[in-house]
Design a protein around this ligand. Sequence first.
Ligand code: UGY
Ligand code: MN
Length: 240
Amino acid sequence: MKQLGSTRSCQQPNHLLLTPDTFVRAPLPGMKKTTAIVHASQRIGARFIQYSAEFEKDGSLGDSRRQQRFIYVLDGALRVMDKDLKPGDYAFVRSHEYQAVVALEPSRALVIEKPFEHLFGTLAPESFCGSADGVPPQPLLGDSAVQVRSLIPNDPQFDFAVNSMTFEPGASLPMVESHVMEHGLLMVAGGGIYRLGDCWHPVTEGDFIYMAPYCPQWFCAVGKTPAQYVIYKDWNRHAD
Ligand code: UGY
Ligand code: MN
C-alpha cells in the first residue's frame, strides 16, 4: 500500500480512518522512553484525546491529571495503581488524580483522555482497574454473534463508555447507526467492512477510526476469525 502513494487512510468531514502505514510517532509532554501516535484530538473536532502509547521497558506516561484517563493494554505489561496489567486489562484514573503508568517490559496501550463533566446529583467516579476477560459479554440487541463487553460500569457517574465488541465472521451491526455520540475505535483483531458516511472501508487489526456525531456507521466482519474492536463514546450526559 505504501508504494505509489497509496493508503487506506482517509479523512472525511464526518470521519477519519488511520491505518498503521501512516502512523507518525511523537513524544507527549512528560513521557519517558515512550512515544505516542495521536489518533484523535480537538484538532479534528473530537471532545476527547485518543492515542496509542508505545513504551520501552521502564517507559512511562506523563501527568494528565487535569483530565480523566483510560488505559487499555494491547501488548506487554504495565504497572498502574500497584497492579500489573496484561493485554486486555485496563485502568480508569479519575480527574485530578495522578497515577503512574510504567511499563514492566516493551508494551503498547490505547489511551483515552477526557475532561470530566460532572452530572448534578452524582458523585465523581473513583479510579479502578479491570480486565475485559472479567466482564460478562452481552449479545447486541439479542444477536449472540455480536458480543459487547462494557469496560466501564454503566453508572451515571461516568461521562464516557468504552466497550469491547466482538463479531463472529459474517456478523454485523443490526442497523446503520447515526447518533449524537462520537466514537474513537481501535481494531484489535480480525477485520471487515466499515461503512462510514458514504464510504465503505476495508478495515483490519491496528486501524483507528474517529466518527463524528451523526456519522452514519455500520460494520460487518469479514474473514475466518472474529473481528474485535475497542470503542469509546461520550455517554450519560446531556447533549449540548
Ligand atoms: O455503541 C455504539 O454506538 C456502537 N454500536 N457503535 C458502533 O459499533 N459503531
Ligand atoms: Mn455507534
